[in-house]
Design a protein around this ligand. Structure first.
Ligand SMILES: [Zn+2]
Ligand SMILES: [Zn+2]
Length: 253
């Protein structure tokens, strides 16, 4: 399995509109973070988790030729703003693109992209096949397990794809979900900033604590804000936990 980080930044992206919040971050391209999305490739499948406002640019940069499935973690714009850009992949797939997500994200997507759905679907608009999932499903050579977590009060999904677990916009992980994550070879977990605490996002130290509690051998942090320096942070982190950067690829056996 090959995983490509299409974006690793927080909701506003990094730098934010107007520039970096710490000028010294500009020297390192790894500090330029588009909105969070990841591309998973296996022998038989091409899967994307989340499609934010920069999805078109990200798909061109990563040279994504086709997409079989899309998983959506939750309905915030930094995770769904690029759903319209999936239109090109409709032509390649020659059918509706299967999307799997939460009940509340399905409702939100249908409302905010209402021109794509129902009897009045605008001719030629993106065709998505929205599916609510609440238990593991097998798609081709992928076993997808939804990982319910809390983003403040909002219940959202991370996803385990075979032995790879991807969780973004997390504040709390229920014990039952921790059991589903355990045994993953690689975990990706969101971490907004070093400090202070945030009501809806884990900080870097909080994420490190969870990764260590779950005894994950290799982990990557995403969804960092415009104050987090890549190099400086990695020097402070234990060696098995790294900040991810845009267009980084990892291989998982
Ligand atoms: Zn987000
Ligand atoms: Zn969010």
């Amino acid at each position: 399995m090959k995983v490509t980080f299409l974006g690793t930044g927080t909701s506003m992206g990094v730098p934010v509109a107007g520039g970096f919040k710490r000028e010294d971050l500009a020297h390192d391209p790894r500090n330029e973070r588009m909105r969070c999305s990841v591309w998973v490739q296996t022998n038989q499948s091409s899967l994307v988790i989340d499609a934010g406002p920069e999805f078109r640019i990200q798909s061109i940069r990563a040279d994504i030729k086709h997409i079989d499935y899309v998983l959506i973690t939750h309905e915030h714009m930094d995770h769904i703003g690029g759903l319209d850009d999936l239109r090109m992949y409709n032509y390649v797939l020659k059918k509706d693109i299967p999307v799997y997500t939460t009940d509340s994200a399905v409702k939100s997507i249908e409302k905010r992209f209402e021109y794509m759905f129902g009897e009045n679907k605008y001719p030629g608009s993106t065709s998505l096949d929205l599916n609510i999932i609440n238990s593991p499903i097998n798609l081709n050579d992928l076993k997808i397990t939804p990982l319910p977590v809390y983003h403040g009060d909002l219940k959202i999904f991370g996803f385990r794809v075979n032995d790879f677990s991807y969780l973004t916009d997390v504040k709390t992980i229920p014990e039952s979900t921790k059991e589903l994550i355990r045994g993953s070879k690689v975990v990706v977990l969101s971490a907004l900033r070093w400090s202070p605490d945030h009501p809806t996002h884990l900080t870097i130290p909080e994420s490190v604590e969870i990764i260590n509690e779950l005894e994950i051998p290799s982990a990557y942090l995403i969804h960092m804000n415009s104050y987090v320096d890549h190099q400086e942070s990695n020097e402070k982190l234990p060696p098995h936990i790294r900040l991810a950067y845009d267009m980084q690829t990892i291989e998982i056996d």
